[in-house]
Design a binder for this molecule. Structure first.
Ligand code: C2E
Ligand code: MG
Ligand code: MG
Length: 570
């Protein structure tokens, strides 16, 4: 140390804040603070002497770091840490503090605490962390940690570009959509659904090489980009592997869950100029896979594109169909085989398309279900059918009331159907006993957990329930008796073969017996010939419906039928 410079002068003139505290007095008060300390904190020396340093801390000073600081002091050890502190004017700053104990002959004398305002440095660290965080969030899916759509598009763009620059590589995009995921989500809850998605993401990763990209687009949609492929077979091998991996059950929060995936594949051999087209074609192929019965894969072919455009057009038109009053209900009589009289009608929707003419419900109901349009359409059907029935009830008040059967799709089943039905009954004034809802067997099995509750609630409204197209799904028969079902409708495919196939007779007989045992009545659908009718008589089937009696009729013709029946009764 130079002779003309005292230690005190050094401490007084350094830009580091220095504080000396006395550990021998209660609460370790400040004995000394230098000029730099007053400049950093804004406090005068006189204000701080006698106080514990904690007056610099505030509510958001990290308690963990404070605790470390206290422990080091208690154990008479050195420590360096960075704390959020407050100046006299209330503004905050990042204070890098180094506390050292000063010993003499092994005995603690004082603590010296040096302080530096490191706000600028700290802020740049914060910014960098934040930047990394934001970048991560922008490019990765928060649930699964997989790349998201943006990162996927970037990788697709690179692949397309490489191919355009003449690199002779084969690559492929696999669009994976889980079958029935929504049903799992709705019946077991979102947290199970989320867990399942994470497990599925892990299983999918297990089917791929590290260089492949697996992305989640959101919901239950995943996309795989495979690059540097040797041939087409290596793509289908991956698709097979994925489908096999997903057939094994998942165990999520105590539930054993089964799932499967439909996969659409777009190959680079089709020749792509932009990544969006690649993804679109894989998506179209995926829809084709779903349409062909799910749990399978399809490789994109240009002819699929035309079909997709047609579907899209149909969807757009369907959206306008309600407002433009293009929808209409037809009524097909349901006949009692004992009296040969109609006991009611099944309401069947028709779409009078402005340019395409009459479009069959088998064509547009699936689109309406896929797009959610079935909810407003279903509401319209139910309201219209109930209203019509109430009109006829009033018109033909002196004869026994007729039933109206209304078909209900899966999407409607999940969304407040009970409230909707009870509202419509109230609005139209129809007696609930005159309404029967037809629910397909597949729908019941797919919503097994929900079905018992949902149907019981519906039954409480006083309406009746029928299982439609019975025999085509995979009903567990033991499950059937738990459902409050009034009627089984035997699918047309069994009736149509009654003429030719003796085995069918046995099946139909078994269904009729089953229904009786469960206390349900039976309607045979699609009766077309007198021979079929004779067989049904022999089997003592009670009700039938089909072209043999009548095709579906518009409201006016149905009304005539009721009138003629009334005359016959007289
Ligand atoms: P579904 O409920 O099983 O209706 C019976 C279908 O069989 C009707 O076809 C009917 O016209 C047809 N059919 C009746 N008797 C005979 C027959 O003897 N021979 C033949 N070959 N066919 C017969 P449609 O009207 O084309 O309806 C097809 C399906 O579309 C319906 O099958 C039902 O699942 C659905 N659907 C119709 N209307 C609605 C609706 O308002 N809402 C919902 N969700 N689905 C509907
Ligand atoms: Mg039906
Ligand atoms: Mg049917």
């Amino acid at each position: 140390m130079p002779k003309n410079l005292s230690l005190e002068q050094v401490i007084a003139s350094t830009s580091t804040g220095v504080v000396i505290t006395d550990p021998h007095q209660p609460d370790n008060p400040i004995l000394y603070a230098n000029l730099a300390f007053t400049q950093i904190t804004g406090y005068d020396v006189a204000e701080v002497v006698g106080k514990n340093c904690r007056f610099l801390s505030g509510v958001d000073t990290d308690p963990g770091t404070l605790q470390l600081l206290r422990e080091a002091i208690a154990q008479q050890q050195s420590i360096t840490c960075t704390l959020l502190n407050y100046r006299r004017d209330g503004s905050c700053f990042w204070n890098e503090i180094t506390v050292d104990p000063v010993f003499e002959d092994g005995k603690l004398l004082y603590f010296v605490a040096m302080q530096r305002d490191v706000t600028t440095r700290q802020q740049s660290i914060d910014l960098k962390l934040m930047e990394e965080r934001l970048l991560y969030e922008a490019l990765y899916d928060s649930l699964t940690g997989l790349p998201n759509r943006i990162l996927l598009m970037e990788r697709l763009r690179q692949a397309v570009q490489a191919a355009q620059q003449g690199e002779d590589t084969l690559f492929a995009t696999l669009f994976i959509d889980l079958d029935r995921f929504k049903m799992i989500n709705d019946s077991l809850g979102h947290s199970v659904g989320d867990r399942l998605l994470v497990d599925i993401a892990n299983r999918l990763s297990g089917c791929l090489c590290p260089k492949d990209t697996l992305a989640r687009l959101g919901g239950d949609e995943f996309v795989v980009l495979l690059e540097d492929l040797s041939n087409r077979e290596s793509v289908t091998r991956v698709a097979d592997r994925i489908q096999y991996a997903l057939t094994l059950p998942f165990s999520v929060e105590g539930h054993e869950v089964f799932t499967a995936a439909s996969i659409g594949i777009a190959l680079s051999t089709t020749g792509y100029a932009c990544p969006e087209d690649l993804l679109r074609d894989a998506d179209i192929a995926m829809y084709c896979a779903k349409a062909q019965g799910r749990a399978r894969y399809e490789i994109f072919q240009p002819k699929m594109h035309t079909r997709a455009v047609t579907l899209l057009q149909l969807e757009t038109d369907l959206r306008r169909a309600i407002e433009r009053q293009e929808l209409q209900l037809y009524y097909q009589p349901i006949i009692s085989l004992r009296t040969r009289q109609a006991i009611g009608f099944e309401a069947l929707i028709r779409w009078q398309h402005p340019t395409r003419g009459m479009v069959s419900p088998s064509e547009f109901i699936p689109i309406a279900e896929e797009t959610g349009l079935i909810v407003p359409i279903g509401d319209w059907v139910l309201r219209q059918a109930c209203q019509q029935m109430q009109t006829w009830r009033q018109m033909f008040a002196d004869r026994p009331p007729l039933m109206v059967n209304v078909n209900v799709s899966g999407k409607q089943f999940g969304s407040h159907l009970t409230e909707q039905v009870s509202q419509i009954l109230r609005d139209t004034g129809l007696d609930p006993h005159q309404l029967k809802l037809e629910i397909t067997e597949t729908l019941l099995m797919e919503n097994a957990e929900y079905a018992v509750n949902g149907l019981t609630q519906l039954q409480k409204l006083g309406i009746q329930l029928a299982i439609d197209d019975f025999g085509t799904g995979y009903s567990s028969l033991s499950y059937l008796h738990r459902l409050p079902i009034d009627t089984l409708k035997i699918d047309r495919s069994f009736i149509s073969r009654l003429d030719t196939d003796a085995e069918q007779l046995t099946i139909v007989r078994t269904i009729i017996m089953l229904a009786w045992n469960l206390g349900m009545d039976v309607v045979a659908e699609g009766v077309e010939t007198s021979k079929q009718l004779a067989q049904l008589y022999a089997l003592r089937c009670e009700y039938a419906q089909g072209y043999f009696f009548s095709k579906p009729l518009d409201a006016q013709s149905a009304e005539q039928l009721i009138r003629s029946q009334q005359l016959a009764e007289l």
